[in-house]
Ligand binder design. Structure first.
Ligand code: PMP
Length: 390
């Protein structure tokens, strides 16, 4: 019997993506290729810090390479509890719960707190993990309305459209990952309180970068310790490790332990990254100036690139984005930068909220002034010819 091919549509789909300039590929990064890296999210330069690497290696030696099970079975170690206490203390919440990734933390936070009868008001540019979390919440009986990006009036309207739903949540990134712009956390909190809504924030790009000493978006907004706000963070950016966490009041964390499916059914975070993140937090406490430094570098980089006539975002954290004329131009431009010794991120649809391709550059606290000058020279010297002149 001839077997029909259930995947015969894949070639056509691949061709369509290729025609639209949207083919992706993974590219192995050698341990040290000598490139100046402005594509990763190691904002504070801690991923290779000797104290962080040593802590991770020691933990693997002591506990093994993996967690061996869910945190609720065999995957919990004293390191996890220590990390949770330190995260809560640094960020200023009562409690914290560590997940295997920031993605899992967002799914757990939103689906754990939004069931049937909940209305979600979500920023239109939220990270993919918050979008997926919202979709899951809707499948569980929640309703959701999008509001205009960082637009408080629109957020208010989205909240007011809750209809018969009796519980309300506002869901937003604090620092948006593509352009590095901020939402008005204090404004969102005011609106949420007016509507008796909880506020769920993703501070993946804020922890370690914004607020004094990188204490994050709540401290920066004067809302440290607020009992009606729950925050997710990742351990994979400023803390240079891997994993995620939800931070908030005891009763919220208690509820997530019992109900968050990405906590219950997922293997716990491996001991090595838990120890690495803990060591990174210790360094951040000892050297809070790293956070100010990374923000300063992002600012200098953006101003210098703007002076070169490039279309640059106004950075408020570590991310600087530079618009490219087309997806193909963005790929070619990133390739020319790589040949010139500088690695930059290349963002194209569907990874950009407004469909506009860009290069994404990330400042790092350990870049020197000479590094920044070099990046500016390389980007300015390799830019695509503007549309209309070629
Ligand atoms: N939220 C935001 C805003 C992010 O940028 C990311 C990572 N790209 C995540 C969540 C997911 O975090 P992780 O990589 O730890 O899964």
């Amino acid at each position: 019997m001839e077997v029909s091919d259930p995947f015969d549509w894949l070639e056509r789909a691949a061709q369509e993506r290729a025609e639209a300039g949207l083919t992706r590929r993974v590219r192995p990064r050698p341990p040290d290729d000598g490139l100046l890296d402005l594509a990763g999210n190691d904002y504070l330069g801690l991923a290779r810090h000797p104290a962080v690497v040593r802590a991770a290696a020691d933990a693997a030696t002591r506990w093994g390479a993996g967690a061996t099970g869910s945190r609720l079975v065999t995957g919990d170690t004293t390191l996890h509890g220590e990390l949770e206490r330190e995260l809560a203390s640094y960020y200023g919440t009562e409690s914290a719960l560590v997940f295997s990734s920031g993605y899992a933390a967002n799914l757990g936070m939103v689906t754990g707190l939004a069931g049937g009868g909940t209305h979600l008001a979500c920023d239109r540019h939220n990270h993919a993990s918050l979008i997926d979390a919202t979709r899951l919440a809707k499948a569980n009986g929640a309703s959701a309305a999008l509001f205009g990006h960082a637009d408080l009036t629109s957020a208010q309207d989205a909240l007011a459209s809750s209809g018969a739903m009796t519980r309300r949540l506002v869901v937003s990134d604090t620092v948006f990952s593509v352009d590095g712009d901020l939402t008005d956390v204090a404004g969102l909190s005011r609106i949420s309180r007016r509507h008796r809504a909880g506020l769920l924030l993703d501070d993946a790009h804020g922890l370690g970068v914004i607020g004094p000493g990188g204490q994050g978006a709540l401290t920066a907004a004067g809302l440290r310790g607020a009992s009606d706000i729950v925050v997710s963070v990742t351990l994979s950016k400023a803390l240079g490790a891997q994993g995620g966490a939800v931070l908030g009041p005891h009763r919220v964390i208690r509820h997530l332990v019992d109900t968050a499916r990405t906590f219950i059914f997922d293997t716990g975070l491996a001991p090595a990254p838990a120890a690495g993140a803990l060591a990174a937090l210790t360094l951040l406490r000892a050297e809070p100036q790293r956070a100010e430094r990374v923000r300063g570098i992002a600012h200098t980089l953006a101003s210098a690139l703007g002076e070169q006539g490039l279309r640059v975002s106004a950075p408020r954290a570590a991310v600087v984005s530079v618009l490219a004329p087309s997806p193909d131009d963005a790929v070619a431009w990133a390739g020319r930068c790589r040949h010139a010794g500088v690695r930059v991120g290349c963002f194209r649809p569907p990874s950009v909220p407004d469909g506009r391709p860009r290069l994404r550059l990330t400042a790092r606290a350990d870049l020197t002034d000479a590094d920044v000058d070099r990046v500016v020279d390389v980007l300015a010297g390799t830019r695509p010819v503007p549309v209309g002149t070629r």
